[in-house]
Design a protein around this ligand. Structure first.
Ligand code: NCD
Length: 345
């Protein structure tokens, strides 16, 4: 844990394999603990976590808040419609208000790419010690989701040792609306860092061919990729090409709210071509697990027969794993700031 170097957590492009291992190892320890109120961990006692969700959320927001409470932090949540945002206050001034109230961590979700990063650099420039955790920004990044998906997969393949190395050499198909998905982008960084080959599948309007080069250049401002040998990314246009040989399949919600123009003919047609059904999944072989970050458009991205089959569908498992993963992130960020936190105290 001493190697943890991320003050803010804004995306996963700068995560090394050791960083992924640190989060998964800690999450696994947290997941094994009893969850009753009496057994809360005192690690973040006296700390304030503010959850600033400027865009709707069910899972991410609740699980960050629960994670903070399980570590004994005080949690302050914010609702855009009933806040002074509706009176014209800016996002930065809203964030500063929570910093003035003593927030140690801001968990930020915003519909525009880059907002958590802008807040983090404004806080750094002002000399504030508050850290920013990205809860999902525009099309760009959703680091905690990428981490919980990684943990869910590692746990599926090796429940006793769910660490990045168990994923080396696996093949994961990601199907659907990659273009608008921050979850897909975070998964591309996380999975390839752990040696997973990723096959992206969807129509050209939702999966541009350029995604095959997604991880080849580090993002602006990052001199080097911290991972030496990444998995490969390929793009396929049909499930018949993408699914054979896959060890797991992830499908993504059609992000209709982010589609500026009509990118699909009809939802029925999309389901016919890219919806996951039992028959389709047979192309991968038996018992291949299916993931979806939620919320699911039932009957569009996958048929109910898949969504409701707990033997292969890991959607609820992903939600369950979200809490210990977010506990691990909060813990690591707080620990980097102080030597006072202890998992055993
Ligand atoms: C995702 C998100 O908000 O990016 N959901 C989530 O956080 N679990 C995916 C989505 O909205 O489709």
């Amino acid at each position: 844990m001493s190697g943890w170097s991320h003050r803010h957590v804004l995306d996963l492009a700068a995560f090394s394999r050791e960083d992924f291992a640190a989060v998964l190892e800690l999450a696994h320890r947290f997941r094994s603990l009893p969850v009753t109120g009496a057994r809360k961990l005192p690690a973040l006692q006296g700390r304030l976590v503010a959850s600033l969700f400027f865009e709707p959320s069910t899972r991410t927001r609740s699980s960050f808040e629960l994670a903070a409470k399980r570590l004994s932090a005080d949690v302050q949540s914010f609702s855009p419609s009933s806040s002074s945002l509706s009176k014209g206050e800016s996002v930065l001034d809203t964030a500063r208000t929570y910093v003035a109230m003593g927030a140690d961590v801001l968990v930020v979700r915003h519909r525009s790419t880059g907002v958590p990063e802008q807040l983090a650099s404004a806080l750094d420039q002002a000399g504030d010690r508050t850290v920013v955790l990205n809860g999902g920004d525009g099309l760009h990044s959703h680091p905690s989701q990428g981490l919980l998906d990684l943990y869910t997969l590692a746990r599926y393949f090796d429940p006793a040792h769910p660490l990045p190395e168990v994923l080396q050499g696996k093949r994961v198909a990601i199907v659907g609306d990659i273009l608008h998905s921050r979850v897909a982008r975070s998964n591309l960084w996380a999975l390839t860092a752990c040696g997973v080959d990723v096959v992206l599948c969807g129509p050209p309007s939702l999966v541009p061919a350029a995604f095959a080069q997604f991880v080849e250049e580090p993002p602006p401002g990052q001199a080097l990729d911290p991972v030496p040998h990444r998995g490969r990314i390929t793009v396929e246009r049909t499930l018949e090409q993408a699914l054979p040989g896959a060890d797991a399949v992830m499908t993504l919600r059609l992000q209709k709210e982010r589609m500026g123009q009509q990118l699909l003919t009809t939802l029925n047609r999309y389901h016919q071509d890219f919806g996951l059904t039992r028959d389709r999944l047979a192309l991968c072989g038996a018992d291949v697990p299916v993931l979806h970050p939620g919320p699911v458009n039932r009957g569009v991205e996958m048929a109910s027969e898949v969504l409701d089959d707990s033997a292969i569908c890991l959607v609820e498992e992903q939600v369950r794993n979200g809490v210990p993963i977010r506990m691990a992130l909060l813990y690591l960020m707080a620990a980097a700031d102080s030597s006072l936190v202890s998992i055993n105290s």
